[in-house]
Design a protein around this ligand. Sequence first.
Ligand SMILES: O=c1ccn([C@H]2C[C@H](O)[C@@H](COP(=O)(O)OP(=O)(O)OP(=O)(O)O)O2)c(=O)[nH]1
Length: 152
Amino acid sequence: MTERVPVRIKRLPHSHGLDMPAYATQGAAGMDVLAAEGVILRPGTRHAVATGFAVAIPSGYEIQVRPRSGLALKHGITVPNTPGTVDSDYRGEVKVILINHSDDNFTIQRGDRIAQLVVSPVTLARWEEVDELDDTARGAGGFGSTGGHASL
Ligand SMILES: O=c1ccn([C@H]2C[C@H](O)[C@@H](COP(=O)(O)OP(=O)(O)OP(=O)(O)O)O2)c(=O)[nH]1
């Protein structure tokens, strides 16, 4: 097993009785995160769902908030800002922004597993401003310039 990065986590009062995020299987990349509140998401609406905890991520890491594929495929429930970014200096409650892309109301009950959290290393960059960039075969081609789909 790869070594695990320690991340400090603090339960908030409304997390009472809730499990903290956990890997569902040995090889899972993300920890399933539970809703700390019940919400009814009407079609087309979104909500920042409480999780009941705050974290102190070590410097050099972030936590990405990603959708669960089952909720996306079966119910049109996804994370509009995916991957959501939890910065290492953020000390507020971690929230999961969910949007309902279906035509039906979607009920989230407290304790439902609503998304997954992936701890990921962050590479910081510094700009080196130049007058000219090197040439490449692609050049300025983008946004479908290589084809591969009839509409492109
Ligand atoms: O899905 C998310 C995304 C963000 N956050 C929290 C942690 C993150 O560190 C903070 C700010 O997020 P972000 O930088 O994406 O938001 P912003 O709109 O740029 O706000 P800010 O100006 O506060 O950085 O909000 C969450 O709890 N869940």
